[in-house]
Design a protein around this ligand. Structure first.
Ligand SMILES: CC(=O)N[C@H]1[C@@H](OP(=O)(O)OP(=O)(O)OC[C@H]2O[C@@H](n3ccc(=O)[nH]c3=O)[C@H](O)[C@@H]2O)O[C@H](CO)[C@@H](O)[C@@H]1O[C@H](C)C(=O)N[C@@H](C)C(=O)N[C@H](CCC(=O)O)C(=O)O
Ligand SMILES: Nc1ncnc2c1ncn2[C@@H]1O[C@H](COP(=O)(O)OP(=O)(O)OP(=O)(O)O)[C@@H](O)[C@H]1O
Ligand SMILES: N[C@H](CCC[C@H](N)C(=O)O)C(=O)O
Ligand SMILES: [Mg+2]
Length: 488
């Protein structure tokens, strides 16, 4: 319960019809969730305009409506608040409604194309290991202290997000580590949240279906850092081409990590093998359980954040050296027969795929074949499809193109997009099998002693979305089943 005028604090009001001296017992951006006494906020969305549902919300009991455009007919019993930007207003209102708890905890946001889940999860594991009660908001799951919930979004909608933060505060969390997706930044899901720190991993080709141009995508990510306060810290990747641009206009304290360029948190890889990374982190020699150069970057970002949060460096390195990565990120298993190495990874962008394959190439001893199973999601950036197809073929010995989550699209058309314009060298290496299980089975049947199979794109996902129906599917389990079949 809150008084409307209190939760409208910070919102730029255009006009008020009715009163703001009323109590509302809930806040919703979705008319289907409205109950008597709710304040409904109408947001212009990507697929529909929330303003179309104002009457529906009133029928269900809304007593206040926040909107950009007032309905032609106003209802005398309802309080209408006209604002310049409803999505932004929803951010500020949700902060207030749920008690502005981000100001009472230390919230650290992670953005970038790849590595957000890994960095946020490592931070969560590190700070939990250091003895703090923590919250985690990630693509894989949400943690509220000891409770775990499956996630709906990388960064949930503004109401769910603020409600989650409140639950974390109530559960006694002092730290929250959260991924901030570019969609969330653009749609004001994180507006008004007080960040103690922010981290940037990297930026490469993704989500251009939504952001249209790479420049727009960069601008959106950068706006997250532009919005930080002077009391915050911002840590960026010095080796990324856009690492410095990201922090150009931030008021926060700027710090950098890197393996190549001079940086505040500087790393050097001494050994990169299947058992982990041996690294120099500034002047300390440490072994980590995570694998691959990209994880060296993730670990440096995490280390940097912990130092900014005034943790003791040796304790940090001690805990960090024992943690494993996030589920479905370079997750591996070995077949009992033939010792085939199966790797399940969430790489679903050209850059991530290239990184994971380059890492595998570095780890192999020489004679092993790399067999990659990969697909591209439907209803998502189509331009990445042929690039992923080419990258997979270039860095593997054999490739099986298959379905990821086709969503509303025809799987065969997605496969055709992946095949389009492939170089002749690439064309000699791939076959397409739309059925993902068959594709994994084929990869296993092609593998010989000690070969390496990469199943890319779905990582931790436990389903496959085909025409809006989510069928149970788990890459790691399927791979395991196929390995068991080999034994017979
Ligand atoms: C493209 C996109 O980001 N869409 C998100 C967006 O939905 P939208 O703009 O399409 O909303 P809409 O359906 O047009 O509706 C507009 C408004 O009308 C309301 N409405 C709608 C219907 C109705 O009957 N009544 C009603 O009130 C809706 O609640 C909404 O407030 O706002 C919704 C509420 O916040 C999100 O749930 C939804 O996420 C969709 C499901 C989605 O798939 N998003 C993905 C792309 C996404 O956000 N991914 C990122 C991670 C990406 C990455 O880094 O890999 C994430 O953070 O998860
Ligand atoms: N720092 C990094 N640089 C490049 N690639 C990375 C990095 N960290 C992880 N990856 C690769 O990208 C994939 C996705 O990693 P992760 O889930 O941590 O990123 P994310 O930013 O959360 O992705 P998403 O936005 O899809 O949730 C991993 O499976 C791995 O292959
Ligand atoms: N958060 C990303 C995940 C993509 C994962 C991949 N498996 C796919 O379905 O394309 C998205 O929704 O675009
Ligand atoms: Mg993620």
């Amino acid at each position: 319960m809150a008084e409307l005028k209190d939760i409208l604090y910070k919102v730029h009001l255009r006009s008020v019809h009715g009163s703001t001296n009323v109590d509302v017992n809930d806040l919703q951006i979705d008319s289907r969730m409205v109950k008597p006494g709710t304040c409904f906020i109408a947001i212009k969305g990507v697929s529909v305009d929330g303003h179309e549902f104002i009457n529906k919300a009133i029928e269900l009991g809304a007593i206040a409506v926040v909107c950009e455009v007032l309905p032609e007919q106003l209802n005398d019993d309802i309080n209408y608040i006209q604002v310049a930007n409803s999505a932004e207003a929803a951010g500020f209102m949700a902060n207030q409604f749920f008690g502005n708890v981000s100001e009472q905890m230390k919230v650290i946001g992670v953005t970038g194309t790849n590595g957000k889940t890994t960095i946020a999860t490592l931070l969560f594991k590190l700070f939990s290991g250091l003895g703090y009660r923590c919250g985690l908001i990630s693509t894989v799951e949400y943690h509220v202290g000891d409770k775990v919930f499956p996630s709906t979004h990388t960064t949930p909608d503004v109401i769910s997000l603020n409600s989650l933060l409140k639950q974390m505060y109530d559960a006694g969390c002092t730290y929250v580590f959260m991924e901030c997706s570019s969609h969330a930044i653009h749609q004001h899901r994180i507006t008004g949240i007080h960040f103690t720190g922010a981290l940037f991993s990297n930026i490469t080709h993704d989500h251009l279906d939504y952001h249209k141009t790479f420049d727009e995508y960069i601008k959106v990510k950068k706006s997250f850092f532009d919005g930080l306060g002077a009391d915050a810290f911002a840590i960026s990747n010095k080796d990324d081409k856009r690492g410095e641009v990201m922090l150009q206009n931030t008021k926060a304290k700027k710090l950098y990590y890197g393996l190549k360029n001079i940086a505040d948190f500087k790393g050097k890889i001494l050994e990169n093998s299947l058992t982990g990374l041996q690294m120099m982190v500034n002047n300390d020699d440490v072994h980590f359980r995570l694998i691959g150069e990209f994880n060296a970057y993730n670990l440096l970002a995490v280390y940097g954040a912990a130092i900014c949060l005034q943790e003791d460096k040796l304790k940090v390195l001690q805990v960090l050296s024992g943690v494993t990565g996030a589920e479905g990120r370079f997750d591996y298993l070995i077949s009992p027969k033939d010792l085939i190495l199966g790797i399940v990874d969430y790489a679903h962008t050209p850059d991530a795929l290239e990184n994971v394959l380059a890492t595998i190439k570095k780890l192999r001893r020489g004679h092993e074949q790399i067999i990659t199973v990969v697909g591209c999601g439907g209803d998502r950036d189509k331009t990445k499809r042929p690039v992923m197809g080419e990258v997979a073929c270039e860095l593997s010995d054999r490739v099986i193109f298959t379905s990821d989550n086709p969503r509303s699209e025809d799987p065969l058309e997605i496969l055709a997009d992946m095949e389009f314009g492939l170089s002749s060298a690439a064309r000699r290496k791939f076959i397409s099998i739309a059925d993902r299980k068959e594709a994994i089975k084929t990869a296993v049947s092609l593998a010989k002693h000690e070969d390496i199979i990469l199943v890319a794109g779905k990582g931790h996902e436990k389903y496959q979305d085909i025409k809006g129906v989510k069928y149970e599917f788990d890459d790691k389990k399927v791979l395991e089943q196929m390995f068991e079949l080999l034994e017979r």
